[in-house]
Design a protein. Structure first.
Length: 117
């Protein structure tokens, strides 16, 4: 069983920055694609950014140019650098690691990000 632990969330003013971390237990992290998702109450969880095991990245249009996803396989850790934060970025942010063949799919417990003055 893989455990994912997110950290780095908190309260920040509009225009500020935060860096989220996702630490994975076990040895599958480097073989996994990784993603960050977010969810607000009453809405579906939405994709924020993904990074493949090979390092290719993809971003939601709403965060392009402001957020950067990265990973350090030696540390079994993924990151989401969030700059120029807006109130609409307020959500619980979740880390996910997954692979299609063989299949696995794991989620973290989430970390709250609140952007408010």
């Amino acid at each position: 069983q893989v455990q994912l632990v997110e950290s780095g969330g908190g309260l920040v003013q509009p225009g500020g920055s935060l860096r989220l971390s996702c630490s994975a237990s076990g040895t599958i992290f480097r073989l996994s694609d990784m993603g960050w998702y977010r969810q607000v109450p009453g809405k579906q969880r939405e994709l924020v950014a993904t990074i493949t095991s090979g390092g290719s990245t993809n971003y939601a249009d709403s965060v392009k140019g402001r957020f950067t996803i990265s990973r350090d396989n030696a540390k079994n850790t993924g990151y989401l650098q969030m700059n120029s934060l807006k109130p609409e970025d307020t959500a619980v942010y979740y880390c996910n690691v997954h692979r299609s063949v063989p299949r696995w799919d794991y989620w973290g417990q989430g970390t709250q990000v609140t952007v408010s003055s």
